[in-house]
Write a protein that binds this ligand. Sequence first.
Ligand SMILES: [Zn+2]
Length: 320
Amino acid sequence: MPRPDFPRTIVEFQRWFPDDEACAGYLFESRWPDGFRCPRCGHGHGWPVSKRRVLWECAACHRQTSLTAGTVLHKTHTALHLWFWAAYLMSTPTPGLSAVQLQRQLGLRRYETAWMMLHKLRRAMVNPDREPLTGEVEVDECFVGGREAGLRGGRARGEKALVVVGVEVRGAGSGRARMAVVEDATANCLTGFVRDNVAAGATVHTDAWQGYRPLNRLGYQHQPRSQRAARARGEDIEEILPRVHRAISNLKSWLQGTHRGVSSEQLPVYLDEYVFRFNRRRTPMAAFQTLLGLQSQQPPTTYRQIIARRQPVPAPDLTG
Ligand SMILES: [Zn+2]
């Protein structure tokens, strides 16, 4: 199904989506690129029955259809154009933004509104039909700290989460990435990540850690490289697995810089966000449509589902 084009600059964005009516028009184009079509009786004529032009009624059977059904915008009390801005800001490659920043940028009265918008958009970042990494893939793991990350010393490892990262080798650059929190650095967890995220038969580059040793047996072309051997050869340590190390370092500075650290409970959600943007860094506006739910019809997340998975809303960090 052809979808409407999307704006490519911030100026275009502003011109396209100045108000709720314009946004509703865009939703209409996304849902019915060939004009209104009643989902119940198939009739081709209908009219808007709400001021926002979000609810449409069939001229034949009078069934009412919401343009936001199945999208993250469904039943929202927040203005559509604010949602569009939030999705736009979230889909630009770097650096994403915190709830405090979103609240400021959109002039929202309540921090909780901004927080909930971000978390609903993040839910749309888990792409259910994503393809596994292919070709050559670098894999490594790292510890990511909790809220105290960045402070040095005296911190139990138990507060940190172990994150495994895989990045496709694409010439001198990087392709797509995957990240996941794992229990520990055992072969079970590490090869489990590879099996979940990398296509069978792919070439997997890792360091010499024993947890990766079973990969050959599991049907991968395993290419372990020892840091010690590299050092002995006078090679730059950073040059071992350069793509995955770059991704890890960018992830850490993003978590620290934009979000001031993230609790372990919420870390998987933030990893999804990071990977979502990383994998769409060349197509940010397609990311924008995905976030609003205009492509995949993800079941919308309720506030209750979100808060059930987290601790109380933190006080806004006004230094950010
Ligand atoms: Zn109808």
